[in-house]
Design a protein around this ligand. Structure first.
Ligand code: IVH
Length: 668
């Protein structure tokens, strides 16, 4: 193929891929199979490889690219990004309506769900996405173009040739679904990272990352809700423009309605009060906007917010309680996390007694003291957190909380590294850390040592019987001492020692996971075990080699590299080798056990992100589908499954749990 032909073919493929992306991600209605899509994509990648100078930044292959940035550039918003006035009652909504009608008696409102995310602005030139920015102070924001490009629902090229739309700026909300949020936090917990308080914080944190590869893993999504300038005089209705935006590739906020009276607006707010809980993303209110651009112009704006729009905010589910004490937990990597203990209080379905206060900065920022009365709220529907202190209730008896200067468990030194919010106990042999690491090591997904749970780990570590992972395998020489422990009989000791012996042959990836390397969850461990034959190869790998592996970014690579270049860890690995732990990939892993089988995944999995489970299936020779069809062999069903489950039942596709799937690939 000559260059001219290649160029034509590349353009054709991009157009087709953009269209199918849109069908799949925006409309949720694909018209080709995943396989066909993959073939188109593969063909484009191949051609771009052959003719690299034909690669353009808007190519669908270039969503995740570029080196990590040092910092974001500042951009000035041509039209300021204003915020909205908030109202908390229907009375206030009625006043807003009255005010509007003084200027425009005959009004049309567009009511929209207020999605709780991060506001961004997107600029298009000649139909191509050229720049994306955060709101910042409304006048100047950060240039986060590369991060935004990773969002699959953001069109890089508009599906139109209409001149009115080729050079537009649109604004919207980047968000994280509740499911992705929970998955992200679960992963962070597993990897010893501080948790995000709610989906919005997680989203904002993700957009601030300087490495687009890391951002891509967060699976962010975007809804468009605003066009600051109408595309042309032809259009006078925001609603109508939004419908056009949807046609040319944008995902706009669903369920919007045009309503004429404030009573209808109030009914709309009422309707979504409970219904919003069923949506996959967080909605914290309703945005009520004047629909006509002409009317908007007549109404104008203040420096802070437009006069033609208002946000009605739903009251969050909150309760008040008193902080009895604040104590500090020490995690697997030594992070000191302050936790509040409350007078028990009931809040939407559960009794709440504790909440993490995240870190010391957060306590200072919210000015939380021991003995304070506080308002608590459930964020992301699950994790309770302190919203604010009720200062009016202070008696003067409240006590300031201070971060301990030494570790509350081992008395070791506590440090706060520059640029980090977390305080850490740096004593790697701190019993709290040892205990958490050993509990993790023995846990079901890791070495799966039955009987070696939290309770026994506590006792063994406290009695000095275990100091590191290798000591677990030496317990058999200390049988007499174990038998002396309360409630440890001959039989249970025997069972425990057998379980310990049995765990020596766990597959390589589980051993890697068990080591508790920061950022290495089960999915990453699986990727590592696929890439290296044994631990020696892995230990020798450079940072560059590690980050060249698909699914491993520079931060993870750095963490793995550092782990294997720490003296204590090298000694530990040697000790584990001596006691006979398996550090080799099994030869039979070469056999592709899932060959010819097509899997579809629904719901949240406990051990993997979507990307990880997909990579795992592919690496074992299987195919991955994104929608259930007659060709699907198995549907892997996690928590909160979607409509795919119904479809699978309807078609008689075999439905398996995550555990059954793990069983199926056992030893791999
Ligand atoms: S319209 C002049 N519509 O809420 C601003 N905003 O509190 C017009 N938001 O900065 C914004 N969902 O980031 C609009 N359906 C929606 C929205 C929405 C969420 C955000 C937006 C805005 C903030 C104002």
């Amino acid at each position: 193929m000559d260059e001219k032909e290649a160029k034509k073919e590349i353009e054709r493929l991009r157009k087709e891929i953009n269209y199918h992306n849109y069908r799949y991600y925006v409309l949720n209605d694909p018209v080709i199979s995943d396989y066909e899509y993959d073939m188109l994509y593969k063909r484009l990648v191949e051609l771009e490889k052959q003719f690299p100078h034909l690669i353009t930044p808007d190519s669908p292959t270039q969503r995740v690219g570029g080196e990590p940035l040092k910092e974001f550039k500042t951009v000035t918003h041509e039209i300021p990004m204003l915020s909205l006035d908030n109202t908390y009652s229907y009375e206030e909504l009625k006043e807003f309506d009255k005010r509007i009608r003084k200027t425009v008696p005959n009004i049309r409102y567009i009511c929209e769900l207020k999605v709780d995310g991060v506001a961004v602005s997107l600029s298009y030139r000649d139909g191509k996405f050229i720049r994306g920015a955060t709101r910042g102070d409304g006048y100047k924001g950060d240039d986060i173009t590369l991060n935004l490009k990773t969002i699959k629902t953001l069109p890089l090229t508009l599906l139109t040739e209409d001149k009115d739309f080729l050079n537009i700026e649109v604004r919207g909300e980047v968000f994280l679904t509740k499911k992705q949020f929970l998955e992200l936090n679960k992963q962070r917990e597993e990897e010893g990272e501080p948790l995000f308080a709610n989906p919005r914080n997680a989203c904002a944190g993700s957009l601030k990352l300087l490495d687009p590869k890391e951002v891509a893993k967060r699976n962010l999504d975007i809804f468009i809700h605003t066009i600051p300038k109408p595309p042309s005089e032809k259009y006078d209705s925001d609603y109508q423009v939004l419908q056009e935006l949807k046609k040319i590739g944008f995902k706009v906020i669903p369920h919007s309605e045009v309503l004429k009276s404030i009573d209808e607006v109030i009914s709309y707010c009422e309707e979504w009060k409970d219904k919003k809980e069923e949506l996959p993303y967080e909605v914290d209110g309703i945005v009520v906007k004047v629909d006509s651009f002409k009317h908007r112009f007549e109404l104008g704006e203040t420096i802070k917010s437009p006069r033609w729009a208002v946000a009605y905010k739903y009251p969050p589910k909150q309760a008040t309680t008193k902080i009895k004490r604040i104590y500090v937990q020490v995690g697997r990597v030594g992070t000191l996390t302050p936790v509040a203990e409350f007078e028990p209080v009931f809040l939407s379905g559960t009794t709440i007694t504790h909440a993490t206060l995240h870190n010391y900065d957060e306590i200072k920022r919210k000015d939380i003291k021991i003995g304070d009365w506080v308002i608590i709220e459930k964020a992301g529907e699950v994790i309770p957190q302190v919203v604010k202190v009720i200062k009016e209730k202070r008696t003067g008896e409240e006590k300031e909380f201070k971060m301990p200067e030494t570790c509350p468990v081992c008395g070791g030194k506590v440090v706060r590294e520059t640029g980090e919010v977390a305080y850490r106990c740096i004593n790697a042999s701190c019993p709290a850390q040892i205990k958490r690491r050993i509990i993790h090591f023995a846990s079901r997904q890791a070495m799966d040592i039955e009987g070696l749970g939290e309770k026994w780990v506590e006792i063994f570590v406290d009695k000095g019987l275990i100091k590191d992972f290798a000591d677990i395998y030496k317990l058999k020489f200390k049988k007499n001492e174990i038998l002396k422990l309360e409630r440890m009989g001959e039989k249970s000791t025997e069972n425990l020692l057998n379980a310990i012996e049995k765990s020596k042959n766990r597959p390589f990836h589980r051993v890697l996971y068990a080591l508790g390397i920061r950022h290495v969850g089960l999915g990453t461990a699986q990727i590592l075990a696929n890439a290296f034959n044994n631990i020696d190869e892995l230990m020798k790998a450079s940072k560059e080699r590690l980050s060249s592996i698909s699914g491993i970014g520079p931060i993870v690579a750095e963490s793995i590299y550092n782990f294997f270049h720490t003296k204590e860890n090298i000694e530990l690995i040697n000790k584990l080798k001596e006691v006979g732990i398996n550090f080799e990939r099994e030869k039979k892993e070469e056999k592709k056990i899932l060959a010819g089988k097509t899997f579809v995944v629904t719901g949240t999995l406990k051990n993997f992100t979507r990307q990880q489970v997909h990579e795992l299936i592919l690496s074992l020779g299987g195919n991955v589908g994104t929608s259930v069809s007659k060709k699907t062999d198995y549907l892997i069903c996690g928590a909160d499954p979607g409509s795919k489950l119904d479809k699978a039942k309807e078609l008689g596709v075999k439905i398996i749990s995550e555990e059954e799937f793990l069983e199926m690939i056992k030893g791999k």
